[in-house]
Ligand binder design. Sequence first.
Ligand code: XMP
Ligand code: MG
Length: 178
Amino acid sequence: MSNTIQVKDKRFAVSISEAEIRAEVKRVADEINRDYAGQNPIFLAVLNGSFIFAADLLREVTLPCEISFVRLASYQGVSTTGEIREIMGLSTDITGRPVIIVEDIVDTGLTMAHMLETLKPHNPSSIDICTLLLKPGKLQVDLDVRYCCKQIPDDFVVGYGLDYDGFGRNTKDIYTLI
Ligand code: XMP
Ligand code: MG
């Protein structure tokens, strides 16, 4: 394992090891197994960043469950907050179902806040957010993040699914910009 990597024009140093990620993912999956005992949740994994996290998390979930992959597509619209993002690929009916959103990283929280608002009209029985990473220093909205593997400082990270300009997703550790 190299301690630093180059992704395009930037250099990154290891900040969360593969072993630590594995332990935190297991801890969060155990919390979900306990909290959702007797239920059949549907996981909504947000592409692209959460694909590795979702794969590892699901293998630690022992509940009868489903997973669906969604994408948040930006489109031009009239909004006071600027960018509007629409959920693409929500093919499963979530009406009356407990939904667990699987996200790679919560930064300002605006993406997750908007996704919650978009899912509510589908009338799921509950919605929880499960994120790999959270930057508490950057949160701009009052967001209830029930499951979080690790809180990190306000630095840019790549690896384990997270990218810099499309590259850097294919590492086992997580790296921070140096
Ligand atoms: P908000 O601010 O809406 O944004 O919570 C969440 C989305 O921003 C991206 N993001 C990152 N991606 N390394 C990344 O690879 C980072 O450090 C980072 N911070 C935010 C990410 O797409 C996330 O879904
Ligand atoms: Mg993302």
